[in-house]
Design a binder for this molecule. Structure first.
Ligand code: UDP
Ligand code: MN
Length: 299
């Protein structure tokens, strides 16, 4: 063959968590939509890294070839077996699991906790982009990757703010006893918490930051849930938000247009008045995030 493929380093790593997808056609459809939009704008070849169970990975691989692209110059597909990932990180996420053993189907739960230890899962990668599958790109993902260059030396992880008053609600009791706090405030006044649909991980910096490692090792995240009196399940998003409240220096705040969230549930559930100050994003979206099963606009 005469095709010359780009060198392995040229493929930009993009991590996707894709589990329980066999027979879940809604999820498969989201994946196709996400990747088609990615390739519609992409100017660089992509190394898609799936954290999946075997069956879901097989589904992903076949729909990509059939419905997205089979061009090896544009995409390489890698598989990180969910079972292995959970083994590698068992020690790190076990203390966090304790907290919901009683109230959650902990399996799906553990999957999401994986992302706080992404630096241990991908020991040979330096920087990766993580995306949910319920998103649609409206711009070249390489432009998003370029935001790594804007990280200050202390910044390890890039996330956009949560665009609903989720943490205003979840931190209600803390906010009552700490009337001057800015946690849970809208972006113009404080820290609304993070949304985890789009994440830039500087894995090298995560690995070399001793304080970050010790916070994970000592399960300090559990102390943070107590400190901030966080209500409800400790989700992936709660974890990053708590870390963001306590250690803002580790986080680069991605501009809102790179994770334009469409969920408006809280608008109709007690926060009609406050909603707008959280939801506002005046830039043209570069990624739409159809979170809480919302519909994407017709693009
Ligand atoms: N996900 C998955 N299998 C599932 C549910 C979720 O692989 O059964 C992954 C998928 O990548 C999804 C992400 O987990 O985008 C987060 O879930 P979702 O986007 O539905 O949460 P939301 O953004 O609405 O909070
Ligand atoms: Mn999502």
């Amino acid at each position: 063959t005469t095709t010359t493929l780009p060198s392995a380093d040229a493929y930009v790593p993009v991590v996707v968590i894709f589990t329980s997808a066999d027979r879940n056609w809604t999820l498969v459809h989201k994946l196709i939509r996400c990747l088609r939009s990615m390739f519609a704008f992409a100017t660089a070849p992509v190394n898609l890294i799936f954290i999946s169970d075997r069956k879901s990975f097989d589904v992903a691989e076949s729909v990509i070839k059939r419905n997205v692209t089979s061009d090896k110059a544009r995409v390489r597909i890698s598989f990180l077996d969910l079972e292995d990932a959970l083994l590698i990180t068992a020690k790190d996420i076990q203390p966090l699991q304790e907290r919901f053993r009683s109230n959650d189907s902990s399996y799906s739960h553990n999957v999401f906790l994986l992302s706080i230890v992404m630096h241990k899962l991908l020991p040979f990668h330096h920087q990766v982009l993580y995306v949910d599958v319920d998103i649609a790109f409206q711009a070249d993902f390489s432009l998003l990757f370029k935001h790594f260059e804007r990280f200050s030396p202390d910044q390890l992880i890039g996330l956009a703010y949560e665009q609903q008053p989720v943490y205003r609600h979840a931190l209600e009791s803390f906010r009552t006893t700490h009337p001057n706090t800015t946690v849970g405030e809208p972006p113009n006044k404080g820290h609304p918490g993070f949304n985890t649909g789009v994440i830039l991980f500087d894995l090298d910096k995560m690995r070399s930051n001793k304080k970050f490692s010790s916070v994970l090792a000592k399960a300090s995240i559990l102390n943070l849930t107590a400190k901030y009196e966080l209500q409800g399940n400790l989700s992936n998003q709660d974890t990053f938000s708590l870390l963001g409240f306590e250690y803002p220096q580790w986080f680069y705040v991605l501009p809102c247009e790179w994770n334009r969230q469409l969920c408006a549930w809280w608008k109709n559930n007690g926060f009609a008045h406050e909603f707008k100050s959280y939801h506002v994003c005046n830039k043209t979206p570069k990624i739409y995030h159809a979170n809480c099963n919302t519909k994407l606009p017709l693009l």
